[in-house]
Design a protein around this ligand. Structure first.
Ligand SMILES: NC(=O)c1ccc[n+]([C@@H]2O[C@H](COP(=O)([O-])OP(=O)(O)OC[C@H]3O[C@@H](n4cnc5c(N)ncnc54)[C@H](O)[C@@H]3O)[C@@H](O)[C@H]2O)c1
Length: 318
C-alpha cells in the first residue's frame, strides 16, 4: 500500500484513478504552509504538486518520499539538488497541457490584433461606431511569427499559426534545423535579427540565467512598431518594466502576459493600468479539458512510477 499526498486539489478524474486502485491511499492537503507540510508530508511515499514550494526545509523531514508528480511541466518550485541527492524522482504531465497553452497564445494573438477589448469598451460606453474606425486592427494572415523555444508547446503552436497562412520562424539553439523544417518552420540563429522582422512573437522556453531579461528595452527598440508579443512561458524572460515603457512609447503594438516575475503580480505593477497589455493569472492551462487531462496524467504518472513502467518523457532528468 502506497500513501499519496495530493498537495492542492486536482481534478476529480485524477482522484478517481486512485480510488479505483486498492494499492493506494490518499489524502488531499489544502493547507500548503511550510508548517503543515512538515507535519503531514513525512507519512507519504509520493505526492502530487501544483504551484506550492517544496524545498529542503520541508523535504528533509520526508525520508519515505520516493516521487513527486508535478501537475504541469515547469518545476522551478522544487529543490532539484535535494531530489537528486536523495534519489527522489520528479515527474511532469508532459502530454497534457501543450494544446491549451497554444490555444491561449492564438487567443491573445487574435484578441490583440482585432483590438477586441477596445471595441467591447466602445459598445459598452454607448459609442457604437463613433470611434470604431479609429481603432487600429490588423490580421495574422501573411505575417511573420517568431516562436522562441520549440518544445512541446512551440510544436503545437506552429501547427495553429501555419493554418493562418503565416511564415513561422523558430529560435531554439537546442533543436535541429531538420526538426523545425519538418514542422514547417524556418530555423533562425540570431534572435535579434529574427525579432526585427517579426510581427508576432511567442515565448516557450524555460526561465534560466540565459533567458532572464532576454526581451528588454534594447530589443523592443529594434522590433516592428506593429509587433505583438505574448509570454505564457515564465515571468522574468520579458523585463516587465521595459515592456511597460515600450508599450507607452509605442515601440510595439501590444502584448499579453500569462506569467509574471512575481506571482501574484504586485498591486503597484504599472502593467496593471497599461491598456496595451492583456493579462491573465497564469491560467493558460485552465480549460476544462486540460484540467481533467492534467489531473489524470499526474496520478497515472505516480501509478506508473510505482509499477516501474513510467514513460521516460514524464521523468525529469536530475
Ligand atoms: N502558462 C502556463 O500555464 C504554462 C503551462 C505549461 C508550460 N509553461 C511554460 O512554458 C514553457 C515551455 O513549456 P514546454 O512544455 O514547451 O517545454 P519544453 O521543455 O518541451 O520546451 C522548452 C524548449 O525551450 C528550449 N530552450 C531552452 N533554452 C532556450 C533558449 N535560451 N532559447 C530558446 N529556446 C530555448 C528547449 O530547447 C526546448 O525545446 C516552460 O517555461 C513552461 O514552464 C507555462
Amino acid at each position: 500500500m502506497y500513501k499519496i499526498a495530493i498537495i492542492e486539489e486536482i481534478h476529480q478524474d485524477g482522484i478517481n484513478l486512485l480510488e479505483q486502485n486498492s494499492n493506494y491511499e490518499y489524502e488531499i492537503i489544502k493547507d500548503v504552509s511550510e508548517k503543515n507540510l512538515i507535519e503531514k508530508l513525512p507519512a507519504f511515499d509520493g505526492c502530487t504538486l501544483r504551484v506550492s514550494k517544496l524545498d529542503e526545509q520541508i523535504l528533509k523531514h520526508c525520508p519515505k518520499l520516493k516521487v513527486i508528480s508535478r501537475h504541469g511541466v515547469g518545476y522551478d518550485n522544487v529543490d532539484l539538488k535535494y531530489l537528486k541527492k536523495n534519489n527522489i524522482s520528479l515527474l511532469i504531465t508532459a502530454t497534457a497541457n501543450a494544446v491549451a497553452v497554444a490555444e491561449h497564445v492564438m487567443t491573445m494573438f487574435l484578441s490583440l490584433s482585432k483590438s477586441v477589448q477596445k471595441y467591447d469598451q466602445e459598445v459598452r460606453d454607448g459609442n457604437f461606431k463613433n470611434n470604431a474606425k479609429k481603432i487600429k486592427t490588423i490580421e495574422l494572415f501573411n505575417k511573420n511569427v517568431l516562436i522562441l523555444g520549440f518544445g512541446r508547446i512551440g510544436k503545437k503552436l506552429i501547427e495553429r499559426c501555419l493554418s493562418f497562412n503565416t511564415k513561422v520562424y523558430v529560435y531554439d539553439p537546442y533543436v535541429e534545423k531538420k526538426i523545425i523544417e519538418q514542422h514547417g518552420g524556418i530555423k533562425v540563429d540570431s534572435i535579434n535579427e529574427a525579432l526585427k522582422i517579426s510581427d508576432y512573437v511567442s515565448l516557450h522556453m524555460p526561465l534560466t540565467e540565459e533567458t532572464k531579461n532576454l526581451i528588454n528595452y534594447k530589443i523592443f527598440k529594434d522590433m516592428k512598431k506593429t509587433a505583438i508579443i505574448v509570454n505564457t512561458a515564465r515571468g522574468g524572460i520579458i523585463n516587465e518594466v521595459d515592456l511597460d515603457r515600450a508599450l507607452n512609447e509605442n515601440l510595439i503594438f501590444g502584448a499579453a502576459l500569462d506569467v509574471f516575475l512575481n506571482e501574484p503580480i504586485e498591486i503597484n505593477n504599472p502593467l496593471l493600468t497599461n491598456k496595451k497589455v492583456i493579462l491573465s493569472p497564469h491560467s493558460a492551462t485552465f480549460t476544462d479539458e486540460c484540467t481533467s487531462r492534467m489531473g489524470i496524467e499526474t496520478i497515472k504518472n505516480i501509478i506508473d512510477f510505482f509499477q516501474k513502467k513510467i514513460d521516460k518523457s514524464m521523468l525529469v532528468k536530475l
